[in-house]
Design a protein around this ligand. Structure first.
Ligand SMILES: [Ca+2]
Ligand SMILES: [Ca+2]
Ligand SMILES: [Ca+2]
Length: 414
């Protein structure tokens, strides 16, 4: 039964697990999908499966109101026996009883690893990363928000992550390693435990929304990725250009780079508030000397050890940094609720084993946390529509093969 599956390892994660075994293996499973990326990243690796489908009829807002057909269609997983998956199909049977914020649920992909799907500014499209459509590691695609066939907009070479639409939707950005080689960059050496690679070949690129006219926005040595864009075009991103992992802003043309964080440790995964006045992000700040030494030693080799991450917010100039979580868990992928009063994020805080990630919301004022999803497998990478009527997220719920992650659109009720 779908609800009883856990966040299973991808094929590549399985190889890692076999190679490393023991407690490290458990870490690999827990973090199978949560590599470095804009909001936690997508450490993909499972093979390709059937995906996409015919474009859903109707325009941006019509599709959902109209499609009541599959409501209450029982417990069959989407695309199950005899049923052909149709991108954008309603899958309310995948809503758990405790998930009271979800009024309806639509599934946009089916198979492979699909994650980090973010709305265009007119909210008619998503831009996301997918492994499983003929490339060995993540590439960037656009997809109609109510369903359709993913369209490749990255080069098809190297590895990519963290795509976002510019205001107006004529331009996009994403991070890619393709200038350093057309192959997928190698997975790291796990002899020092389970680590994420920070590919120093990552730079941030802009392109037209169809992928044409690709241009670099950064050309600094080292890791530049995790970029998102404010309504006025200001870009916030993560870089290790000054020797630590920190958050920076730059103008839409790559100029006027400004560093916003300076604490030792990982500061990254930034997203803007709806009005562009604030930034939410995730941080891991080691405090004891041994942990700091371990962090710096790994970083020197382009690696980071995922452990405790906390959700923070700050002003767009880096002022008023405020920590919102302190629960020793891995909290990542924050996004502002449109009210500006809460942050939705993914965390393994409710799972003693640390394997299952769910979505939670934390109040900026009270720091009270509410659990949003209650699915015993991976849920992450949330983003609200501007009117808070929709939430897009990635989940392993209802997947046909263990380890597959798909993109879902929920009708949201506050
Ligand atoms: Ca770089
Ligand atoms: Ca830092
Ligand atoms: Ca979950």
């Amino acid at each position: 039964m779908a609800s009883m599956t856990w966040n299973g390892p991808s094929r590549r994660s399985l190889l890692r697990q076999i190679a490393s075994g023991g407690i490290l293996g458990a870490m690999v499973i827990a973090w199978g999908l949560v590599g470095v990326g804009c909001s936690g990243g997508s450490d993909s690796g499972s093979g390709g499966a059937a995906q996409g489908g015919d474009a859903a009829p109707g325009s941006a807002d019509a599709g959902h109101e109209a499609s009541d057909a599959s409501h209450g269609s029982g417990d069959h997983p989407s695309g199950g026996a005899g049923q052909e998956f149709k991108s954008g199909q309603r899958v309310d049977h995948l809503i758990r009883p405790e998930e009271r914020h979800f009024k309806a649920l639509y599934q946009l992909t089916n198979g492979g690893e699909n994650a980090e799907a973010y709305f265009s500014s007119d909210e008619s499209q998503l831009i996301l990363q997918i492994t499983g459509l003929g490339h060995d590691c993540d590439q960037i695609y656009t997809l109609p928000v109510h369903g359709g066939t993913p369209k490749l907009v990255s080069t098809g070479t190297g590895r990519t992550t963290c795509a976002y639409f510019f205001p107006g939707d004529e331009k996009i950005l994403f991070s890619s390693t393709h200038l350093a080689g057309s192959e997928c960059p190698p997975v790291p050496d796990y002899s020092r435990g389970y680590v994420w690679p920070l590919y120093d070949s990552y730079d941030i690129f802009t392109a037209n929304a169809d992928g044409s006219d690709l241009k670099p926005l950064t050309n600094t040595p080292g890791y530049d990725a995790e970029a998102t864009i404010a309504p006025d075009g200001k870009i916030v991103f993560t870089s290790d250009r000054d020797g630590d992992l920190d958050i920076y802003t730059m103008d839409a043309d790559g100029s006027n780079v400004k560093r916003l964080t300076d604490e030792v440790g990982y500061d990254g995964g930034p997203f803007w508030s709806q009005d562009g006045s604030r930034i939410c992000f995730r941080s891991s700040h080691p405090t004891d000397p041994a942990a700091i030494e371990d962090y710096k030693s790994l970083l020197a080799d382009g690696l980071i050890r995922p452990s405790q991450l906390d959700i923070w917010i700050m002003d767009r100039d880096g002022g008023n940094k405020t920590r919102l979580t302190d629960n020793k868990a891995a909290n990542f992928g924050p996004f502002f609720h449109p009210s500006g009063e809460k942050i939705i994020f993914a965390s393994n805080l409710a799972d003693e084993r640390g394997r299952n990630f769910d979505l939670f919301m934390v109040s900026i004022d009270s720091k009270e946390i509410e659990q949003v999803t209650h699915e015993n497998t991976f849920d992450g990478f949330p983003m609200f529509s501007r009117d808070a009527k929709y939430l897009v997220f990635a989940s392993n719920r209802g997947n046909e093969k263990e380890g597959e992650t798909n993109v879902f659109l929920a009708e949201w009720v506050d």
